[in-house]
Design a protein around this ligand. Structure first.
Ligand code: PMP
Length: 308
């Protein structure tokens, strides 16, 4: 259960948590057109808090709306400020932020061009997405029987609400089969991403991840990991690979705002490498958390600082 906080930002003002309701005729509830974001803030060792890559997340929300053919009623600055205020108003020194842009009520039927576009921002405390121990010990995954949406059916560069039916089907099937997460292939059979994370493998010291042009969301954590790993001195090759290359990798990890940097130690009942989080994954993961916790200031341009 999500732990209730005090206020939710809806269409430009804060309302009480219990009053943040929508009408049953809300268009998006019926058809799924809309976009959302997932953003995290962290409490830093110096006592302040920091939102990770806030501007980039809001920019991607606006890009997703562009892909969806919807116009945002608010500009980027208003949304960035509202995200920050949502944390402060709710006294959250560490949280997950969920901006949600959706088509409100008015006309029914698919077309409904004049229904209002509405935006809400919700914040709550959220621990390790893939469960306790996932970050330290790694997870078990399988390759899903569900493909990632074909690039001309779902638009993978948009974080579009309705697209997530595909992810939820894959995630539920993975859990029902006893795995922690689903890895999804594209319609040509190459590895794309997980249900809510981008994927990386490591082989002979080289890191590989599918390119931005693949059937993947352009993850902001993915982009950060590519920069961090390159700065550490690793080669990051953005290329396609198939599931057997993943089975033969020395290390595999996933990353995303919710999942952070999570090692994968088993795929399709095959042990990956030594079956424990590997040295490359661990070095990238610890650098990532050092940035978030303020133990290094080398990437401060990614952090939007606030105090509670
Ligand atoms: N792929 C999918 C399908 C996702 O839902 C997410 C989470 N937003 C990601 C990748 C990772 O993206 P990010 O690092 O921006 O959270």
């Amino acid at each position: 259960m999500v732990e209730k906080v005090s206020k939710i930002w809806m269409d430009g003002r804060f309302v009480d948590w219990d009053d943040a309701n929508v009408h049953i005729l809300t268009h998006t509830l019926h058809y799924g057109l809309g976009a959302f974001e997932g953003i995290r803030s962290y409490k830093r060792d110096d006592g302040d808090s920091a939102v990770f890559r806030l501007e980039e997340h809001v920019a991607r929300l606006l890009e997703s709306l562009k892909i969806a053919g919807l116009e945002s009623p608010f500009d980027k600055k208003t949304l960035v400020d509202a995200c920050r205020e949502c944390l402060i108003v709710n006294n959250l020194d560490e949280a997950y932020l969920r901006p949600l842009a959706y088509v409100g009520d008015g006309a029914m039927g698919l077309y409904a061009p004049n229904n209002p576009v509405r935006i809400a921002i919700i914040a709550w405390r959220w621990g390790a997405y893939l469960g306790d121990g996932a970050l330290a010990k790694g997870i078990r995954a399988h390759v899903s029987s569900f493909n990632r949406n074909y690039v001309n059916a779902g638009m993978p560069k948009g974080k579009i609400i309705g697209h997530y039916v595909n992810s939820i089907m894959a995630k539920r099937a993975a859990k029902a089969s006893g795995f922690d997460e689903a890895i999804m292939l594209d319609t040509n059979g190459y590895v794309a991403e997980a249900s809510g994370e981008n994927i990386f493998l490591v082989k002979n010291g080289i890191i590989k991840t599918p390119p931005y042009s693949a059937a993947i969301l352009g993850g902001i954590t993915r982009d950060s990991i590519i920069q961090i790993a390159t700065d550490i001195g690793y080669t990051v090759d953005q290329c396609m690979f198939a599931r057997d290359e993943m089975w033969l990798a020395d290390e595999v990890f996933m990353c995303g705002t919710a999942a952070e940097v999570t090692p994968v130690v088993e795929i399709d009942h095959r042990t990956i490498g030594a079956g424990v989080p590997g040295p490359v994954t661990k070095s990238v993961q610890s650098r990532f958390f050092d940035i978030l916790r303020g133990r290094t200031h080398d990437y401060d341009q990614w952090l939007s600082i606030y105090s509670i």
